[in-house]
Design a protein around this ligand. Structure first.
Ligand code: SAM
Ligand code: DTB
Ligand code: SF4
Length: 338
């Protein structure tokens, strides 16, 4: 590669698609080696961040994301609920903290929060922060004013995924554009909240789409501090679950998934790369390769938002077997670089 070396704390944001495609094309062992080297230069390689997810408002979402069981356009048997009581959310957060979680991520199946929801959301952020956990919310699109309200409440992270490549986006979601998503990411960044943004692989996309997906994230004006890489959880009754069922595209190739994680690590060296949905059906060996490739965060617990997750017992056993330890604070190496 012809680029001059970049100082460790100023990651490149001028990646070209050709460069990213060339990383994907590397021999697997070479890609893994380079990603592991980069990981070690910026993160403690034996530490994995544990995050807990809670669906604070489930189902009945107006958006038509083809992967999602919570869309009103899906027929996946998900019961729609109202926004949970603040007290119940805080009880759940307390349990997560006791179980060793460092970050509490709360998701709502909304296209966007309504103004009338904001006081409860603000109370939740303040309550969870007061317990000493990092807070993350994913509530759909935000106005600049809502982003400021969340920042003022002390929200640490906002999750809003770009999901896939610009070319594939319109095949997966029609009720909002990638531009809408990027606008919200801009509002979140502008309000001073850390950005969590990634997407899903295994939606039947091509390698070129995975290149475009990583390229979009790695060329944002500033890299997201967290990059969730989800493997599609195919759900019956969703557009993609039904479309892919029984086809060779129903499950992402394991090696291609690890490559995607490695390329995310190489192009966004300082970011936390989160092995997100889909771990439940992933072998420990594949997850171990992902950790080698630079993944350093997972969702714990036996449920994601509506889909099953690996579960605390299985994860404790896996981490022990791999000699990995839960991260207890914001990574010191990363903090020093900021
Ligand atoms: N409604 C909000 C939004 O879309 O931003 C927040 C919740 S939404 C469920 C959060 C993310 O979960 C989506 O952007 C998508 O990347 C991921 N997701 C949803 N369903 C999934 C599935 N079946 N498999 C993998 N990832 C999924
Ligand atoms: C993200 O990228 N993955 C999480 C979190 N952000 C909110 C959600 C995964 C959802 C998996 C499908 C479900 O549980 O319904
Ligand atoms: Fe709604 Fe989010 Fe599901 Fe899309 S991914 S349907 S926005 S809950």
């Amino acid at each position: 590669m012809s680029h001059a070396p970049v100082p460790a704390n100023e990651p490149r944001t001028d990646w070209t698609r050709a460069e990213i495609a060339a990383l994907f094309d590397l021999p697997f062992t070479e890609l893994l080696f380079r990603a592991a080297e980069t990981h070690r230069a910026h993160h403690a390689p034996d530490q994995v961040q544990l995050c807990t997810l809670l669906s604070i408002k489930t189902g009945g979402c107006q958006e038509d994301c083809g992967y999602c069981a919570q869309s009103v356009h899906a027929d996946a048997g998900v019961k729609a609920t109202k926004l949970m009581d603040v007290r119940e959310v805080l009880q759940s957060a307390a349990r997560a903290k006791d179980a060793g979680s460092q970050r509490f991520c709360m998701g709502a199946a909304w296209r966007n929060p309504k103004q009338r929801d904001m006081p409860a959301i603000v109370e939740i952020v303040k309550g969870v922060s007061a317990m000493g956990m990092e807070t993350c919310m994913t509530l759909g699109m935000l106005t600049p004013g809502q982003a400021t309200q969340l920042a003022d409440a002390g929200l640490d992270y906002y999750n809003h995924n770009i999901d896939t490549s610009p070319e594939r986006y319109g095949d997966v979601i029609t009720t909002r554009t990638l531009g809408d998503r990027l606008d919200t990411l801009g509002h979140v960044r502008g309000a001073g909240i850390n950005v969590c943004s990634g997407g899903i692989v295994g939606m039947g996309e091509t390698r070129a789409d995975r290149v475009g997906f990583i390229h979009t994230l790695a060329t944002l004006p500033r890299h997201p501090e967290s990059v969730p890489v989800n493997a599609l959880v195919p759900v019956k009754g969703t557009v993609l679950g039904d479309l892919l069922e029984g086809t060779p595209l129903a499950k992402i190739d394991d090696i291609e998934f690890v490559r995607t994680v490695a390329v995310a690590r190489l192009t966004m060296p300082m970011s936390m790369v989160r092995l997100s949905a889909g771990r439940e059906s992933m072998s420990e060996a594949v997850q171990a390769l992902c950790f080698m490739a630079g993944a350093n965060s997972i969702f714990t617990g036996d449920k994601l938002l509506t889909a099953p997750n690996a579960g605390d017992d299985a994860d404790s056993a896996m981490l022990a077997r791999l000699g990995l330890t839960p991260m207890t604070a914001i990574e010191p190496m990363r903090e020093a670089a900021e």
